[in-house]
Write a protein that binds this ligand. Structure first.
Ligand code: GDP
Length: 440
């Protein structure tokens, strides 16, 4: 989402990295470019201006003009200020009380119901809590069904009162139900309207009063750009919420809302949602986001995602097989499944420094594994366990079964063989290296 901004910021730093002497004039020029880049990314004008003023003050304070590497120093100042602008450090969600109540507010279509499902999933799997989802949108019958489906998907109970038109009562009853059933977290999805209106505000204020949430999250669609920031301000004036959730960052958005919302509303951005799947939700980390915006990648998040999928037992089993040269196509398939679980490939690749920009116009299809999987699925169990069995006629059969060609089957076999050799060396070498390290 930030590719264009990343590009433009990089160009503005080039002014300083270029030949010749660094002068106050080209620092000013660079700052002007930075401001323009931010405004083009749909960052609020005032926010962009204050931002570049601050960067300028810092740059002068740190004597960028006489620095050995002024370009790098400016990049560092911009990166730190950008992180600061987006809130500095990560703000966690407050879950207090028994049960802890989380109230979800926002306009209709912003992604409230989808987010409620995702949040339930995250709280359940990452915080190990029990969650009850509450269908408080009584005006849109489809919303209740939608929440039930999401609840099913993430394995969380959904509290509904068919026929009731009283969301305050529903929320109160749901909290009582949770308490009686030892469920420690309640997420209340509320009704939204197409625009901010008095009745909606009164209703949500009444729910707030009735169930005293420890966290109120305001959900807003990032694609609405500056409107997202304005709507957030209106809601906050009435509701005094605790944090913002930006949705649809996978869409065609320039990302400006993510940068300016904190400065305008003075409430932290807590979650970003980038897809319709239940795991497409990320906790917002200002510093990591600043790194991504400046094209520095986000290795920390990448490693975290890998760790989430890391299964120690499985890794030990795999290593044993590798050392004994027993790594087979079933293991290969397991590896592919694990990579796929880490998320969208382009998204993952963009977390590697420099790669996001390089891939800007490249389509990376998550179907890249499809052919490989089809070929492996067309092998017999014996062939998967012992690829040496795969002779010419078997190759023909596998190609026909997977809708590929013998060349493609050959390519995969070669790739598999190379991977196995390489991994065997790495896995076999590890204990020796560890021993050597121990001796030193
Ligand atoms: P609500 O009216 O606020 O409850 O909004 P919904 O949760 O029903 O979402 C409205 C539409 O946006 C639905 O079609 C969702 O599938 C879609 N949606 C929600 N979040 C995201 C997201 O992060 N990315 C994308 N691409 N679509 C989303």
């Amino acid at each position: 989402m930030f590719e264009n901004l990343t590009d433009k910021l990089e160009r503005s730093f080039k002014i300083l990295k270029g030949e010749g002497r660094i002068t106050e004039i080209n620092v000013a020029e660079s700052l002007k470019e930075i401001r323009r880049a931010l405004i083009d990314a749909d960052v609020n004008y005032k926010v962009a201006k204050t931002f570049t003023d601050e960067v300028k003050a810092k740059a002068l304070g740190q004597n960028v003009l006489t620095a050995v590497k002024p370009g790098q120093m400016m990049t560092k100042i911009v990166r730190d200020e950008l992180a600061e602008l987006m809130g500095g450090t990560m703000s966690d969600i407050h879950l207090e009380g028994s049960p802890a109540v989380v109230l979800i507010a926002g306009l209709q279509g912003s992604g409230k119901t989808t987010f409620s499902g995702k949040l339930a999933n995250l709280i359940k799997s990452k915080k190990g809590r029990q969650v009850l989802l509450v269908a408080g949108d009584v005006y849109r019958p489809a919303a209740i069904d939608q929440l039930k489906i999401l609840g099913d998907q993430v394995g969380v109970e959904v509290y509904t009162e068919e026929g009731s038109k009283n969301p305050v009562q529903i929320a109160e009853n749901a909290v009582k139900y949770a308490r009686a059933n030892h469920i420690n977290t309640v997420i209340v999805d509320t009704a939204g309207r197409l625009a901010v209106d008095e009745q909606m505000m009164q209703e949500i204020a009444a729910i707030k009063k009735a169930v005293s949430p420890s966290e109120i999250l305001f959900v807003v669609d990032a694609m609405t750009g500056q409107d997202a920031v304005n709507t957030a301000r209106e809601f906050n004036d009435r509701l005094d919420f605790d944090g913002v959730v930006l949705t649809k960052l996978d869409g065609d958005t320039r990302g400006g809302a993510a940068i300016s919302i904190r400065a305008v509303v003075n409430k932290p951005l807590k979650f970003i949602s980038s897809g319709e799947k239940m795991d497409a939700l990320q906790v917002f980390h200002p510093e990591r986001m600043a790194d991504r915006i400046l094209g520095m990648g986000d290795i920390v998040s990448l490693v975290e995602r890998a760790q989430e999928q890391y299964d120690e037992e499985e890794a030990r089993r795999l290593k044993k097989k590798l050392v004994k040269d027993q790594f087979n196509f079933n293991d290969f398939l397991t590896q592919i499944t694990q990579i796929k679980k880490m998320g969208n490939l382009k998204d993952l690749a963009s977390m590697i420094p420099g790669v996001g920009k390089a891939l800007k116009n490249v389509e990376i299809n998550d179907d890249v594994f499809k052919q490989t999987e089809a070929i492996i699925h067309s092998m017999t169990p014996k062939e998967r366990e012992n690829p040496a069995l795969i002779n010419g006629s078997r190759k023909q059969r596998i190609a026909a079964g997977s809708g590929t060609t013998v060349q493609e089957v050959n390519r995969l076999l070669k790739q598999f063989d190379d991977t196995r050799k390489m991994m065997k060396t790495v896995a076999g070498g590890m204990p020796q290296m560890a021993k050597m390290a121990g001796r030193m």
